[in-house]
Design a protein around this ligand. Structure first.
Ligand SMILES: [Zn+2]
Length: 483
């Protein structure tokens, strides 16, 4: 440990030619080096941490659905997950599986990152899709960030990029704060207790979400390495995630986890989802990419846009290639969730009237970034028409996903646009319905709409009435939680 801190000092001596005052950046790197050495020692020592090559961990998650609950404001709904993470650092293998419920959804999915043999697994649809562009660092990042020993390994190998930021008091104890820059993502600020040298907290700023805080709790030694048994994550000061670690295995073979189970049907590869424009029928465009889409409907002298995700601004630019002149008169938001309101800003900028629910006014005004944004409230239904083209909006809420939820129906074309209720995979068979899908199907039946096409805010797939029927036909087989 002393030897390691000596090396940068010697290097400085050669560069400067005298043992004068260290420059501020050099002081910062040297001080960070000292803090890192002591922390590595406290978390198990350089040898034990250096020899850690694989890790298998099982945990239980409770997540707070901040901005993703059924109602716009607190208290937020809670979801539950069981999680397994497997990492092999030498071979850059990462395997994860998540099972859980929340927001009217049941999850059971996994990812295998193993070079050319990488897969995305869906245990609800019983499918396995090859990953065309597996990214070990991006995929393993979330697990690394909640696992102190993996952060220590990062500090070990990237120490020259760490800076000492200063001292801070946390819960009455003094901490050194150092930075860690990982392969991907914004820099992390690590709080190392000055007495115990343990990592107790970490922070990073993640636009547009804000400040994320990581709390590492209940350390215990497992085979000579410190593992926290509990973890809490705060987003902008609000509790967002609690993890209870249930099982930890070190340096075990990981081959068994990299095999695709026989029962899964191998389907087409998952490829990057580039920006695309699909004219579903004349004057009706589904435009988006990277998993989010908006629907644009050409009217006599204006355009109606439906959907409120982050992609809206870029989708409007694409839409202008099809419809150059007509203004967007209405921007329709499906619901209040934080990934379905950012489009309000683009609509406000276009001077469009934003259609939403009165209950969502505060959330939508904030998202629009414009106190003067024009809002129009819908209650149960609303019709937008120019005499020829008609768009009917229906509130299908309350559903297990949101108290108020708008869908759009184009009676002329028999098209329905929905968000978050019929998660259609980009490729492969339609999985059994989640609770949200059941609510959606029941609402369509009750409204007695004559539709043939279903498109959604999260898939480029142009689905059909038969697809929804196929999902519902599997209803009895599913493990839908009673909510
Ligand atoms: Zn949602």
């Amino acid at each position: 440990m002393k030897l390691l801190t000596f090396i940068p000092a010697a290097a400085m001596f050669l560069v400067c030619g005298s043992v004068g005052a260290e420059s501020l950046p050099l002081q910062s790197v040297n001080k960070a080096g000292e803090v890192i050495d002591a922390a590595i020692e406290a978390h198990g020592g350089a040898e034990a941490i250096g020899n850690l090559n694989s890790l298998v961990q099982k945990s239980e998650f409770i997540n707070f659905a901040t901005g993703q609950s059924r109602s716009p404001g607190p208290p937020f709904d809670q979801g539950q997950q069981e999680n397994m993470n497997v990492i092999d650092l030498g071979d850059e293998i990462f395997v994860t599986r998540n099972t859980g419920q929340g927001g009217g959804y049941d999850y059971d999915g996994g990812t295998i990152i193993n070079g050319d043999n990488s897969w995305q697994l869906n245990y609800r649809a019983d499918t396995a899709a090859p990953l065309a562009e597996p990214d070990y660092h991006t995929q393993s990042g979330p697990f690394t960030r909640v696992t102190p020993v993996l952060l220590m390994k990062q500090l070990q190998s990237r120490r020259a990029q760490s800076n000492w930021l200063g001292e801070a008091e946390l819960d009455g104890r003094m901490h050194d704060v150092i930075t860690l820059v990982m392969e991907v993502g914004p820099a992390l600020g690590l709080y190392i207790d000055q007495e115990s040298h343990m990592l107790t907290r970490m922070e990073r700023v993640l636009p547009p979400f804000g400040q994320i805080e990581y709390h590492f709790l209940d350390y215990t030694m497992i085979e000579g390495i410190a593992f926290n048994q509990k973890f809490k994550l705060y987003a902008n000061g609000a509790e967002n995630l609690i993890i209870e670690v249930k099982q930890t295995e070190l340096n075990v073979p990981v081959e068994q986890y990299t095999q695709v189970p026989e029962a899964l049907l191998k389907i087409a590869a998952v490829t990057p989802d580039l920006m695309s424009t699909n004219e579903i029928q004349e004057g009706v465009f589904l435009i988006g990419g990277t998993g989010t889409y908006a629907l644009f409907v050409e009217m006599e002298d204006h355009v109606v846009a439906i959907g409120g995700t982050q992609i809206v601004a870029a989708s409007i630019t694409e839409m202008r290639k099809e419809i150059a002149e007509k203004p967007i008169r209405y921007g329709v938001l499906t619901h209040h969730h934080n990934d379905h309101v950012p489009g309000a800003a683009a609509y406000a900028e276009e001077g469009a009237t934003i259609i939403t629910f009165e209950e969502n006014e505060a959330v939508v005004r904030t998202a629009s970034g414009d106190e003067e944004a024009k809002l129009e409230f819908v209650k149960d239904r609303m019709t937008l028409t120019d005499g020829k083209q008609t768009i009917e909006l229906y509130n299908i809420g309350p559903t297990p996903h949101a108290d108020n939820m708008l869908i759009a129906y184009l009676p002329e074309e028999g098209i329905i646009f929905e968000a978050d209720h019929f998660p259609q995979p980009r490729t492969g068979p339609i999985p059994p319905p989640v609770a949200a899908t059941v609510a959606f199907a029941k609402a369509l039946k009750k409204l007695d709409l004559d539709y043939q096409i279903i498109v959604g805010a999260h898939s480029p797939r142009v689905g059909s009435r038969a697809d929804l029927d196929a999902a519902m036909a599997q209803y009895t087989d599913t493990r839908i939680s009673a909510r």
